[in-house]
Design a protein around this ligand. Structure first.
Ligand code: NAD
Length: 351
């Protein structure tokens, strides 16, 4: 449905923004402003078609509403996607001009949507946009807190894995715990560092062979192919690439007891959450565990950014994982369904 996903609250507003001069085609989706302005990153991506881009924007913005609510942030959920034509490479478009046009679209929403970095966008893009609109965050500032949220996202996923391993595997430490990392990008790499420092044994895959080689060298990781990583013989699988990787094809082959990673929209469908549960695999919902980045940019936006305080807030994600797994036990349900209901109950203006 153009007004949202089946069984989900409709979006408050969706803006299609085009600019002939720069070639901008963007979709800005404001899912909910019940808790405050809709806050969520901007993705710059090549889609098969415009409907696929719209679907991504709607799914991601709704996920932001749930993520921001569960993280107790005074923000609603929104997300933007800029459609990148397949034939564009770096020299074929004027990146600063494109993001300036996008910033004008953000500005036109008069603060009901605040943007930040996401897949395909950079802190430099955010910095440029700040010349045009104040409704942007994730901006590096010399000597001050701010910028790239991915280390904070990785920390949130790390504390979630630690909590999940304790609850599900009954192991007090990550020493010797085997973790498969799908994707060694901005978040995946930091996560690999945290896990390695904690004594975990890493199995890694990325389409970028150079990143894999670095992980083998720095962390003593075992490299496997991108088609084998989800089925690796490990305790934990951490999807940190793109969405919908947990689906009817991948789930039957999984050998881990716990799935916990940063990628947004990991479940292809809600039924895939049930399928994981039926196989005895605990799935920690992506929007619960990957909130570290939005916590970071939200604090930066509110000028409350201070490294230690942000890290302490991100660390609370681990407590929420424990609470979620307790609720799952009592409600005899799946983590995905319990987290959804928990988050929806918070889609109201904070007291
Ligand atoms: P990124 O683009 O830096 O990293 C993605 C990595 O995945 C890249 O190294 C890429 O080569 C690799 N990859 C792509 N397809 C792959 C495949 N099929 N198999 C294995 N590896 C593959 O992105 P990121 O910022 O690290 O974000 C990763 C995921 O986490 C995304 O889904 C993003 O939406 C989500 N996320 C990121 C943040 C953040 O703070 N950056 C916050 C919340 C959620």
């Amino acid at each position: 449905s153009l007004f949202g996903l089946p069984d989900q609250p409709a979006h408050e507003r969706v803006l299609l923004a085009a600019d002939e001069q720069t070639g901008l085609k963007a979709i800005l989706a404001v899912h909910s402003t019940a808790r405050g302005p809709a806050f969520g990153g901007c993705r710059f991506w090549t889609y098969d078609n415009e409907l696929a881009a719209l679907n991504d924007a709607l799914r991601l913005s709704q996920g932001m509403s749930l993520k921001n609510a569960l993280a107790d942030l005074p923000f609603g959920g929104g997300k933007a996607v800029i459609l990148k034509p397949a034939q564009w490479n770096a020299s074929q478009f004027d990146r600063p001009a494109l993001f300036a046009a996008f910033a004008r679209a953000v500005q036109s929403l008069a603060g009901s949507y605040i943007t930040a970095e996401d897949v395909g966008t950079t802190t430099a893009d955010m910095l440029g946009m700040q010349q045009i609109t104040p409704y942007v965050s994730g901006i590096p500032r010399a000597g001050a807190f701010g910028g790239d949220p991915s280390p904070k996202t990785a920390w949130g996923v790390f504390v979630s894995i630690r909590a999940g391993v304790r609850q599900v595997l009954g192991r007090e430490s990550l020493e010797g715990v085997r973790v498969a990392l799908q994707g060694l990008g901005a978040v995946g790499w930091h996560l690999a560092e945290f896990l390695h420092q904690a004594g975990a044994k890493l199995v890694v895959a990325d389409i970028d062979a150079a990143k894999v080689a670095r992980a083998v060298e720095q962390f003593g990781a075992q490299a496997v192919g991108v088609h084998e990583i989800l089925a690796a013989e490990v305790d934990v699988v951490a999807p940190n690439a793109l969405g919908a990787t947990l689906n009817a094809q991948s789930i039957p082959a999984l050998r881990a007891a716990l799935v916990c990673g940063a990628a947004n929209n990991q479940l292809a469908t809600a039924a895939d959450g049930d399928a994981l549960q039926a196989r005895g695999i605990t799935y920690l919902p992506d929007y619960l565990v990957n909130a570290g980045g939005i916590i970071s940019v939200a604090r930066e936006y509110r000028n409350e950014g201070e490294e230690q305080a942000v890290m302490a807030e991100v660390s609370k994600i681990g407590d929420r994982v424990v609470e979620l797994l307790e609720r799952v036990k009592h409600e005899d349900s799946t983590p995905g369904r319990v987290a959804d209901a928990w988050a929806r109950s918070k889609l109201v203006k904070p007291a």
